[in-house]
Ligand binder design. Structure first.
Ligand code: C2E
Ligand code: MG
Ligand code: MG
Length: 556
């Protein structure tokens, strides 16, 4: 097919070029014939004094110079045909070569783009998306032949420590070296991927018993045992390994990864850092781990609910806005707080479903309040993983247009760690959302990397100081200094500051004295379900009376 197209392409081009060269050859023939006629007439006139048919025949049959001239049109004809064919083929071959080169470059570009979307930037191993895909394919294939699979999650337990003490370059270098050693220890068909900042996965093409897994774990441990050199510093990697088998421990990739997470949790608790999932773990592992698999259905069953906690402007006591905080009303376990399920759900794709539910519900509620004339800014928490999801800007655009919310009514809360994991991608996503008019806030400020260079690059409206600093502001001089410095820094960068965890009037007064803009905390109100929040706001003193009492050192 390709060959016949190529031939057609070549011969069409050759034909076009050939006809142009032939045209030039015909012009040459015409000139040569004209030269023969003129030369013959001149020769006839020169010999006989007149131009006559007899004279022309005579000079043509006797004059050798005219004979030579007579051959020239034939020479032109043959030479023209020959060179036109050669030139035409050479030219079209050149065009073809260049087209081919352009096509190859386009193919290369496409391959590179696909590679980036499916591979981890640091280690170049397959990423979570590709890993899920491979597990799905492998499970389908295994189903056909009644086969089985094993998935190992390998967590680098001391990654955070390395990252916090030596910085990102060093932790990246450690991960690269670990990836190289794992690849060496488990050549294909074993498939290694990196599915989280500090978690590798290994897919094995059949299920393994505890003893077999023990041997594999030994291999992993011995591959990773020799120390790593990172910037001349000797480091060792402490790994835990959680294992699940398909189909015994789950039939779909989400369940399998969730249960491998449960096994990983048990591995952290075990003496040898290894555990194969067992349903009995569910009784021992924390409740949130066993609940993970139920979360996907919880959304369909309407078990999630958003609570709203008010944010109050410190200088005038007016309600500035609310933060939407998700809760899970579990039919048997009661109300489950987000810290118990979000970090674990973030390991799986369910986080996308959860985030999109939270965004949709909070935008809808925001629209309702604005229709009622309540000018509230609604803060919505984005997960670390959301800033790795290239579809997030489109998702937000869709929800925005269906709810008719103005972007200026929304503040999206992100954390520093969500930027630091893959800064290029995260910044791109943040900027795309900001272009629609949405504003961003850095949540839990002070607990993460606090990199000033990213603060500058982000389109921020707000810094939220973590409650761990705020709640101790009265008793710890260090915390008071940190809060004070953060407020100055934020103001200099043009951001407003919200203090989280304001639990008392004394803290509120202290925050007022050091120039904090907004307060959020139990002293004002706890997060409330929407009906209670509406009742609270209707009766609230915070909307009408001055916030601070006269015992403040600088009361309003
Ligand atoms: P966050 O975004 O920093 O939310 C503030 C947390 O501090 C909330 O906990 C809130 O109830 C709590 N808090 C507020 N004032 C006080 C106070 O005065 N004292 C004390 N002790 N606590 C206070 P919550 O609702 O349990 O949420 C915990 C975290 O879960 C949130 O921290 C946020 O990171 C995450 N989260 C909550 N909802 C969502 C969500 O819809 N999506 C995502 N991705 N994460 C969420
Ligand atoms: Mg928050
Ligand atoms: Mg916070």
């Amino acid at each position: 097919m390709i060959n016949s197209n190529t031939n057609d392409f070549l011969s069409n081009n050759a034909r076009a070029l050939k006809s142009r060269v032939s045209k030039t050859a015909y012009q040459g023939i015409t000139i040569a014939v004209s030269a023969i006629i003129i030369a013959t007439l001149l020769a006839c006139y020169y010999h006989f004094g007149v131009i006559s048919i007899d004279g022309i025949i005579k000079v043509q049959s006797t004059n050798y110079a005219l004979w030579i001239l007579d051959t020239i049109p034939f020479v032109f004809g043959i030479w023209g045909q020959y060179s036109s064919t050669i030139i035409a083929y050479e030219a079209s071959a050149l065009v073809f070569d260049q087209t081919q080169e352009l096509r190859e470059r386009a193919d290369d570009f496409e391959k590179k783009a696909h590679h980036t979307a499916t591979h981890d930037l640091v280690t170049d191993l397959p990423n979570k998306a590709l890993f899920y895909d491979r597990v799905e394919q492998a499970a389908l294939a295994a189903n056909v032949i009644n086969g089985s699979l094993s998935i190992l999650l390998i967590e680098v337990g001391n990654y955070k420590e390395v990252n916090d003490t030596l910085g990102r370059n060093s932790s990246d270098s450690l991960l690269k070296q670990i990836a190289a050693r794992l690849k060496g220890a488990f050549p294909a068909p074993a498939s290694i991927a990196k599915i989280d900042s500090n978690v590798f996965s290994l897919l094995l093409s059949e299920a393994h018993s505890y003893h077999e897994v023990l041997a594999i774990a030994k291999n992993i441990h011995s591959a990773l045992e020799p120390v790593f050199f990172v910037d001349k510093v000797k480091l060792s990697a402490h790994v835990n390994i959680g294992v699940v088998n398909f189909p015994d421990h789950g039939e779909d990739v989400d369940t399998l990864v969730q249960r491998a997470g449960v096994a990983l949790y048990m591995a952290q608790e075990s003496s040898n850092g290894l555990a194969i999932y067992d349903s009995s773990f569910d009784a021992h592992s924390p409740r949130q781990l066993t609940l993970m698999s139920e979360l996907g259905q919880a959304i369909d069953r309407n078990e999630l609910e958003l609570y709203y906690q008010p944010k109050v402007s410190i200088d005038n006591g007016k309600i500035y806005g609310v933060e939407a905080l998700v809760r899970w009303n579990h039919p048997t376990h009661g109300l489950i707080p987000p810290d118990d399920f979000i970090p674990l759900v973030e390991r799986t794709r369910t986080i996308q479903t959860l985030s999109s539910w939270v965004l949709k519900r909070s935008f809808e509620q925001c629209a309702i309040w604005h229709q009622q004339g309540l000018d509230l800014k609604v803060s919505v928490n984005l997960s670390v993983k959301d800033l790795h999801n290239p579809e997030l800007p489109d998702l937000i655009a869709g929800i925005r247009s269906s709810t008719e919310v103005e972007p200026a009514w929304i503040i999206l809360e992100i954390t520093e760690s969500s930027i630091m994991t893959d800064p290029e991608m995260a910044l791109d996503i943040v900027h795309r959302i900001h272009q629609m008019g949405f504003q961003f806030s850095i949540d839990d400020y002070g607990t993460g990397y606090s990199s000033l260079s990213y603060l500058k690059k982000l389109p921020l409206i707000e810094l939220k100081i973590d409650r761990s600093f705020v709640s101790d502001i009265l008793t710890s001089d260090n915390d008071a200094v940190i809060v004070n410095a953060t407020i100055n820094l934020a103001h200099n960068l043009g951001f407003q500051v919200t203090a989280e965890g304001v639990e008392s009037l004394e803290i509120l007064n202290a925050l007022h004295d050091i120039g904090c803009d907004i307060a959020q905390g139990f002293y004002i109100a706890k997060p409330l379900p929407v009906s209670e929040f509406n009742a609270w706001i209707a009766a609230s003193e915070w909307t009408t009376i001055p916030l601070l009492e006269s015992n403040s050192s600088s009361a309003l």
